[in-house]
Design a protein around this ligand. Sequence first.
Ligand code: GLN
Length: 555
Amino acid sequence: MAKHIFVTGGVVSSLGKGLTSASVGLLLEQRGIRVRMQKLDPYINVDPGTMSPYQHGEVYVLDDGSETDLDLGHYERFTHSKLTRDSNYTTGQIYQSVIHKERRGEFLGKTVQVIPHITNEIKSVIHKLAEPDVDVVITEIGGTVGDIESQPFLEAIRQFSLDVGKENCLYIHLTLVPYLKAAGELKTKPTQHSVGQLREIGIQPDILICRTEQSISREDREKIALFCNVPIDAVIEEKDKDFSIYEVPLSLANNNLDNLIVEQLALAAAELDLDQWHDLLGSLRNPEHEVSIAVVGKYAEHRDAYKSIYESLDHAGIANRAQVCIQPIQSETIEREGPERVLAGFDGVLVPGGFGERGIEGKVEAIRLAREKRIPMFGICLGMQCAAVEFARNVCQLPGAHSTEFDKNTPHPVICLLDEQQTITDKGGTMRLGSQPTKLVVDSKALECYGQESVDERHRHRYEFNNAYRQQFSAHGMRFAGTSPDDSLVEVIEVADHPWFVAVQYHPEFKSKPTGAHPLFAGFVAAAVEHQIARTEGRKDREGKTAAGGRSRNG
Ligand code: GLN
């Protein structure tokens, strides 16, 4: 029977519960334990798919097409846990399901209530993950203890240990131990209060993980242990890491977290093997190159909006022994100041996915500059669509070319609505979503990167390349490097005469790992390294004279 770990958070939000939960998963896996990870989010949206990145950060897409919380990205990057629709539930989904059951008369005339109907539904979605090939299910509860909307979830995980036995459940509570500059000391009171609130609900945490800027003294740990009713060994420090998030699992292991869990849950476990993680930190610490990449998007100022993109660039840096300096750039800045000025000195330009018109022209201009100046350029989803618009306008000489998402009356709709999207009115969960196959053509950059002709990648879009323009684009030097196997949908485009200009309709950033960089990100950063070397050797200008832009413009 699978055992269960529940991770809750207290004191403040944004403590890095997702990263800590993923690290717990990683440590257990590296001891030979099979884990399955899950996040329960207390908000009422059915999924984050309809939320603005300002509210929620990136929407993380799984193979099965579910649009999920970005913490699932941490889970997938750190562990091998199978992630599906069942890996992320929200209050909205739980209520939706209970209400459907009520309408079908499944409650046999009873009054439907938070306890037991909502809590039963929550417990059932946790049980779903405890399949026979799983040793430990790790369930992270979103939000902060004390929030009204978290209460049914906390009540459900309290009941859970009554149902399956306390010996099969472990409660980890993540808190903050702040440093007060004025007092010159760490403060344990917020942690005491947060645990106090948990205990009021009936949950006694087994392990406390304390986020802190400064090392916690033994005396403070003793105090936390006493007031929170846990053994001192179970008060684990998680100090801020200013170098890399990949240090988190190593430091938790140094503080004995994996042994504590293995002992408390009486798990059969192997010796901890973190060699791979030490190696990757070694590569990060000793880079041989340094490249700067501009990520030109609409939400550049928001740390979480392009989370998986930033992480994937880091992975590619590890794979290329390069320090990747990522510079998020607001695309509207390019509209105001021009791409030449804003993008001077970069070795690569990445234009990520997105929705809505704001900043589109800045993205198109960034892509133009990268194409003309032969700077490595990577377009993802909306970034690919903008690359098509740029090529149509400036190379194929189709003035006013656009995506119908932004200009319904464009004379040249090079990007238009997918057929299957024409009649859809609901916004939630209705895009082209999830893993779909792409077939790559010989001699393409993409095939060179992947090393295989057929790849599966995750999608999240409504618009696509308009096939009516394929021939014209090809004639002007655009390579259709990847399509759906039946050739009906364009998936990858490349400017043939360019050092590295690849744009994809899908989202490769959802399949990159620190221990296995995504081939396209690895290829992009490798090209940026070459660009950087050429730049410092002063060869860039000479090469620029034979730029793709000039030549392909003449057809
Ligand atoms: N807005 C575009 C579409 O819906 C691109 C989506 C994206 O970048 N994820 O097709």
